[in-house]
Design a protein around this ligand. Structure first.
Ligand SMILES: [Ca+2]
Length: 386
């Protein structure tokens, strides 16, 4: 408000001066000159601040270092003093919060126009106390939804701030999509007792890279957990019953197979769109027996061809399963749709491409019923993320 008044006074003074000295000039001409002069003399006009806010570096959703010497549109939780001071972590200026009557009084920034629902953001800010030796500071997000009490999420760990050094406070916030209308999201930097003054500088919100989430886990080529309550793209070999049941290894549902009368009766899934001949993959799933205390469970694959007999291969060797605990079958298998003996016999070696690659989970006991869950296929080498 103080800055605005100064600008107004300057504009008036300049206008009066121009009006006196350049009586014959057209009105539009000196109006333009005043605006020009105003901008040159005051780099912190509202108009320019807005422009700067739109020019964040790629991947940055919001950023301020208060380097225009203003409070950069910041507001507060409760009425407090907000000024900029020349004691900075970055550049010349930082924001100072003072006059805090209640402990919840805190400088804040409205982020509704900067963050997108469904995205995850990394927060970073630097803080320093003023006149108090130590206090904890963290960033909290206040989400206001129409017709509901605001919710508060601490989005960073509290850091121990001091009045001698700048300390970074960091955290992550996922802007959850909600059915109701979010009317405002607002971050505030809080923590110290009432009466404690503190500084904030170099406040940056960047979009969390998608690859960050996958850095330590390899992307699955195929995965199913039946958690939509259906058997998904799985189908039965033979006259058996497949259904999604709530006895699950994880999540809410798993796939139950009953009514088997032959060893080859099995639940299976067509994977020709996911798998490539010659490639090695890691296959994994969990299983538990139903109404039988022990039986072997294994995974096999059937390759079909237009002009050749089907070829059957073992994908995961037999594991002893039981009806009380979930057991995992996991291992690597290289996609090879050709009979092994053909490798040494060039006359009969087939190179015909398979038309189907049907993976199925069978039992050594031809009448065993069983549940499977958390089926996953991974490439064997972790994907390298630059
Ligand atoms: Ca700064």
């Amino acid at each position: 408000m103080f800055k605005f008044n100064k600008v107004l006074i300057l504009m008036l003074a300049t206008g009066v001066l121009n009006a006196c000295s350049l009586e014959t000039d057209e009105e539009s001409s000196w109006t333009g000159e005043v605006i020009q002069q105003n901008q040159n003399d005051n780099t912190d006009t509202e108009e320019q601040t807005d422009e700067q806010e739109e020019e964040f570096p790629e991947g940055v959703a919001y950023q301020t270092s208060f380097e225009d010497g203003t409070i950069s549109g910041w507001t507060s939780q409760g009425e407090i003093g907000l000024t900029t001071v020349q004691d900075a972590q970055d550049g010349v200026y930082a924001l100072k919060a003072s006059g805090r009557i209640e402990s919840w009084n805190a400088p804040a920034v409205v982020l509704t126009d900067y963050l997108e629902a469904g995205k995850t953001y990394n927060f970073s800010a630097w803080v320093k106390l003023s006149g108090t030796a130590s206090a904890n500071i963290n960033i909290t997000m206040k989400t206001t939804v129409e017709g509901v009490d605001p919710s508060y999420d601490g989005i960073t760990e509290a850091v121990a701030a001091t009045d001698t050094d700048w300390v970074e406070v960091t955290g992550t916030f996922t802007y959850e999509e909600v059915d109701d209308t979010v009317t405002e999201i607002l971050a505030f930097v809080e923590g110290p007792d009432a009466g404690v003054d503190y500084l904030i500088d170099n406040f940056v919100i960047s979009e969390a890279e998608e690859s960050d989430e996958n850095n330590n886990t390899t992307q699955a080529i195929y995965t199913t957990n039946f958690d939509d309550g259906t058997i998904g793209d799985w189908s039965p070999l033979g006259g058996i019953m497949l259904e999604a049941v709530t006895d699950a290894k994880a999540g809410t549902y798993a796939l139950k197979t009953t009514g088997r009368t032959a060893g080859w009766n099995a639940p299976g899934v067509e994977l020709i769109d996911q798998l490539t001949v010659g490639e090695t993959y890691q296959f994994s799933f969990w299983t538990k027996l139903v109404d039988i205390s022990t039986a072997g469970i294994k995974a096999s694959i059937r390759y079909d061809f237009d002009n050749s007999d089907s070829v059957y291969k073992e994908v995961l060797a037999v594991v002893d399963a039981n009806d009380t605990d979930w057991v995992q079958l996991v291992g690597e298998y290289t996609i090879n749709p050709y009979p092994e003996e053909d490798a040494d016999d060039s006359e009969t070696t087939s190179t015909e491409a398979p038309t189907t690659m049907f993976l199925y989970v069978e039992s050594t006991d031809e009448s065993a019923s069983y549940i499977i869950d958390e089926f996953e296929i991974l490439p064997p080498e972790p994907a390298v993320v630059e």
